[in-house]
Ligand binder design. Structure first.
Ligand SMILES: [Zn+2]
Length: 81
């Protein structure tokens, strides 16, 4: 299964929510095995989410975390989408 960089970005949010199918997971793993750009992107997103999770509860609400994830998402999307 081959997925594009854009598909990976879209799947990344699902991955956070733990709702990916086995095929999606396989596609992500294969993609990350050769695509440095997406690997860096996911690492940065993980780091940012982990950093937020380490904050006191009142600072790291679900809202803050999902806002951060959507900001990462919109960064990867073209304005026309
Ligand atoms: Zn990629």
């Amino acid at each position: 299964m081959v997925i594009t960089c854009r598909e990976l970005t879209e799947l990344a949010t699902d991955k956070k929510e733990g709702v990916l199918s086995g095929m999606d997971r396989l596609g992500i793993r294969v993609h990350l095995s050769w695509c440095t750009r997406c690997r860096t992107y996911l690492e940065q997103m993980d780091l940012a989410v982990d950093a937020l999770a380490a904050l006191p509860d009142e600072a790291a609400t679900d809202e803050v975390v999902s806002d951060l994830v959507s900001r990462f998402e919109s960064k990867k999307r073209t304005p026309s989408e």
